[in-house]
Design a protein around this ligand. Structure first.
Ligand code: 9WO
Length: 259
């Protein structure tokens, strides 16, 4: 007996000083998930939780230095209001270069949650006491500094949404994702056969599905060896994979010798 995919509903609350940055989010996979009622996004502006005349949310840093720091109190009130807006308990996730490096595995885990609260910082950052008080996890997109956590929050929403059951036209593409097998993706080709004097690898037109699968795996292994040796170093290779990679390396070196 086949069951239909479990219908999941996910609620994501975003705490941001720039809610209008998220007005482009109703496009593509995310837009369809919202329309199908699978994903619900709510925006909360800490400025609405200030009580001073200028509705200011930031102050100069203790200890001196450039820029401003986001005050803990309006963020606390916004987070409390967010939590009270639903019965379902939710982890609070802060997007920050000080977080763990985001991985596909983390996105997989997020996608199984009923609810997430994403906190996007601005200025020089958030008062550490708010992080200690209210934040459950910190995640970083990489070792670079941005002007705020909004784009990283959108990245997380995008990465999660395509993992929600039924979000993609072709669920196989999740299984074949880069990284779900710990390797980079293989190159892709489509029509026409000739583009600017460049052709399509012959094997892809052979109709031999075993040979095509082997070629793709070999390219994945080879590209990962060339560009992301760190991924290869932590992934055990089967005998077949090791042999395909050895072949790739030999062919790559032969190619280099010809030049
Ligand atoms: C600035 C900085 C400078 C030198 C060394 C470390 C540093 N960290 C930061 C920093 O955290 N700045 C933040 C910039 C303050 C809050 C707004 N900004 C930001 C960047 N929010 N979110 C990101 C970000 C970047 C990558 N992945 C997730 C979030």
């Amino acid at each position: 007996m086949m069951h239909p995919p479990k219908s999941c509903m996910m609620r994501i609350d975003i705490i941001t000083l720039f809610p209008s940055m998220f007005s482009a989010i109703d496009k593509g996979v995310i837009g369809r998930a919202i329309q199908r009622g699978q994903l619900n996004i709510h925006l909360w502006n800490p400025r609405d939780y200030t009580h001073n005349k200028h509705r200011s949310v930031d102050k100069r840093p203790y200890g001196g230095g450039p820029g401003m720091v986001m005050c803990a109190q309006p963020l606390k009130l916004a987070i409390d209001a967010t939590k009270n807006a639903s019965e379902v308990p939710s982890p609070v996730i802060h997007l920050s270069p000080q977080g763990h490096l985001l991985t596909q595995a983390a996105l997989q885990r997020f996608s199984k949650q009923e609810r997430l609260i994403l906190l996007a910082g601005r200025y020089e950052g958030v008062d550490q006491r708010l992080i200690d008080y209210a934040v459950d996890e910190q995640w970083s997109l990489g070792d670079y500094v941005l002007s705020g956590g909004e784009l990283p929050a959108m990245v997380i929403i995008d990465g999660i949404t395509r993992l929600l059951p039924g979000a993609l036209h072709n669920p196989d593409s999740i299984r074949q994702d880069s990284f779900s097998n710990g390797l980079l993706d293989c190159p892709h080709y489509t029509r026409p056969e000739k583009f600017s004097n460049m052709t399509v690898p012959t094997v892809l037109k052979s109709g031999n599905h075993d040979a095509i699968a082997r070629w793709r795996l070999k390219q994945s292994l080879g590209q990962t060896w060339l560009k992301r040796f760190d991924l290869l170093a932590k992934r055990p290779l089967s005998r077949e994979e090791q042999q395909l990679l050895d072949e790739f390396i030999i062919e790559y070196r032969n190619e280099a010798d010809k030049l």
